[in-house]
Design a protein around this ligand. Structure first.
Ligand SMILES: Cc1cc2nc3c(=O)[nH]c(=O)nc-3n(C[C@H](O)[C@H](O)[C@H](O)COP(=O)(O)O)c2cc1C
Length: 367
């Protein structure tokens, strides 16, 4: 007799990517998948994790595992947060509403992109869970200030300033595809965006938007200006150097996100898991350290915690879940990584996040 249960075909993040690819247009899949230029950093973000071995401890009582932690005063049950990614309604009609609800269901933090296809107010109203707002500083400082005020008054708990995007990295596939938002989708936080970014005859609409509207002259001084606008804690996202992390601290940031924008900006930037330990050492617990880039397995999360991150964020895995199964897919991706982390902690002899220390991790010998 045939087993009536459906085959568990969507178990891993990579399974979700395959399912997402089958459902997305080529333009949308390429936009989500791409890194900059030849994709060296894109490959390295994942390969660098594979080079790290976990030298596990045995005969530790791991019957109960506690994966909870606190980030900027918010308690989360496991150390995996949702990274800001633009244009989620391109993945699924329910877009940011569905993914924020999935994060909320699982008790974790959802970060909304400035370039969302649902307004920040609508997302705030749609799910009760903790949310952060990712900010791009526009040349139009009035618009920037208004975004900060809207995020604050809508209940977002932190501002994540992305500092690695003075201009958009060149994503070759988007240029070739002439990437643009389909009819009916808009940058919902930026009322005038559609008219402000005339599509070039060739090339990516996003690239032309960033080129005309983002402030490429942004410096450390402006971080102070931004901090003065808001009572919300400020995180700087896109840091890969210890000296920049220290400057972030001096500028009053509550934390840094070690990130290379999912390898979509500077090709040749280091893999984030390799940049992380020196940054964690430099700030030495004086501010929150998060990381993202290439997290696809629970063991990757364990490695990032061991090397100094309080928690990680995931970008593409959420988009793959959303494209494959809507909000349910996002919930399954988050729960899947959470459960993989739980198994990895048990097998590594780590009952708590605090017990995941750097001594567990060694670089594999070159073969
Ligand atoms: C399709 C896509 C859109 C993104 N949009 C934004 C954005 O609007 N703002 C931002 O700060 N980062 C953005 N990022 C970067 C993510 O926040 C995050 O740093 C990255 O995806 C992490 O790498 P991962 O995809 O390997 O998890 C985007 C990434 C992707 C893949």
């Amino acid at each position: 007799m045939q087993d009536p249960r459906p085959a568990p075909s969507l178990l891993t993040v990579d399974d979700f990517e395959r399912a997402a690819r089958a459902r997305l247009s080529k333009m949308a899949y390429d936009y989500y998948r791409s890194g900059a230029d030849e994709g060296r950093t894109l490959r390295e973000n994942r390969r660098a994790f594979r080079r790290l071995e976990i030298h596990y401890r045995v005969l530790v009582d791991v019957a109960e595992r506690d994966m909870s932690t606190t980030v900027l005063g918010t308690r989360v049950p496991f150390p995996i947060l949702v990274a800001p990614t633009a244009y989620q309604r391109l993945a699924h009609p329910d877009g940011e509403i569905a993914s924020s609800r999935a994060a909320s269901e699982l008790g974790t933090i959802f970060t909304l992109s400035t370039l969302s296809t649902t307004s920040l107010e609508a997302v705030a109203g749609a799910s009760p869970g903790p949310k952060w707002f990712q900010l791009y500083v526009h040349k139009d400082r009035g618009l920037t200030r208004a975004l900060v005020e809207r995020a604050e008054s809508s209940g977002y708990r932190a501002l994540m300033l992305t500092v690695d995007t003075p201009v958009l990295g060149r994503r070759i596939a988007d240029v070739r595809n002439g990437f643009a938002l389909p009819e009916g989708l808009v940058m919902a936080n930026l009322a005038d965006a559609a008219t402000a970014a005339p599509a070039e005859e060739r090339g990516s609409l996003l690239a032309s938007y960033v080129a005309t509207r983002h402030d490429a002259s942004l410096t450390w001084r402006d971080v102070g200006w931004l901090a003065s606008l808001t009572r919300l804690p400020l995180l700087l996202k896109g840091i890969v150097r210890p000296d920049d992390a220290l400057r972030a601290l001096e500028a009053g940031a509550a934390g840094v996100v070690v990130s290379n924008h999912g390898a979509r900006q500077l090709d040749g930037a280091p893999a984030t898991i390799e940049a992380l330990p020196a940054i964690a050492d430099a700030v030495a617990g004086r501010c929150l350290v998060l990381m993202d880039g290439g997290i696809r397995w629970g063991t990757d999360v364990l490695k990032a915690i061991a090397l100094g991150a309080r928690a990680v964020l995931i970008g593409r895995p959420v988009l793959w879940g959303l494209a494959a199964l809507g909000g349910e897919g996002v919930a399954r991706v988050l729960a899947g990584l959470r459960d993989e982390l739980s198994i990895a902690m048990a097998l590594a002899g780590c009952p708590t996040l605090a017990s995941i220390d750097r001594d567990l991790i060694r670089r594999a010998h070159a073969r």
